[in-house]
Design a protein around this ligand. Sequence first.
Ligand code: SF4
Length: 337
Amino acid sequence: MAQESKRRRFARPRVVVSRCIEFDPVRYNGDMVPSREVARLKPFIDFLPVCPEVEIGLGIPRETIRIVRMDGGNHLIQPSTGRDVTEEMQSFTKKFIDAIPPVDGFILKNRSPTSGISGVRIYPSARPSAPVGHGPGFFGGEVLMRYPYYPIEDEGRLKNHRILDHFLTRIYTLADFRIVEEQNSFPALVRFHSQNKLLLMAHNLKGYQNLGRLVGSHANHEPADDLIARYREILLPTIAKAPTYSRTINVMLHSEGRFKHLLNHEEKAVFLDAVENYRAGNGTVAGPKNILKSWIARFGDEYLHEQTFFAPYPDELMEYPAEETERGRDLWADFLD
Ligand code: SF4
């Protein structure tokens, strides 16, 4: 179901999540992993929870498993029983990925020998020993291989506001793009490209230009599904890295240029001060962005009004430091009563 905002209708992202994070107590010890970020996302996202270790029949609770490097390759071993579950895990992972519908991202449990996407310890033997290296887990590693440039994060990294912001921007962009794929029409692709111009520009200018050229090349009358598939191939790496400060500033200055004949000197100066504060690290991007949003509303600029750059995901998911958003608690009670 689509989610409404004052400015944008959001498609609902579909995300695979490790089942032990906020869904079910399926960890080896019967615990569940708390994650404030995943808990907040639950009402907004269609999650597909999965626990590969339970799926291959290891049970709850269960003895732990670890990655062991032997015979020139990595194996998934249960040290207490000596059981090698490598093949079961590989076979389950392949079947699972082949069976799931198109998804927009993954949130996987960090440091798990199964679900981890990086930094998982690799041991030289099943006996107590120091790790000889680090890498992704068996399930997480296969996901990384099968979904290049996709938003794939672990719940630990999502605690960082910039990483969370980038992850949300990407999954909402890809959810929107899935609608283009479902509609399988050139006008739907043109609409998507047009509404995402500023967002793409902020992420990666070269990628934005390549995507623009691709849409413009429709003069060749390539079938819509081929064109849309090629667009996705460029879109994914284009938004894979977060925008830099300087590109974000360029996009905001470019947007302000549309109002240059409508603003007085003072108004422009207030905006440029807000941009400068953001550039100097004395303010967030919300300062200059909100000024632009007020001008978009005031002057009714339809082009900017439709740009996802100004609303990359629902406002309710915007993160602010707790001390900024605390409500109802009197922090001065001990001193002033
Ligand atoms: S990390 Fe993965 S395999 Fe381990 S309990 Fe969580 S979902 Fe299951």
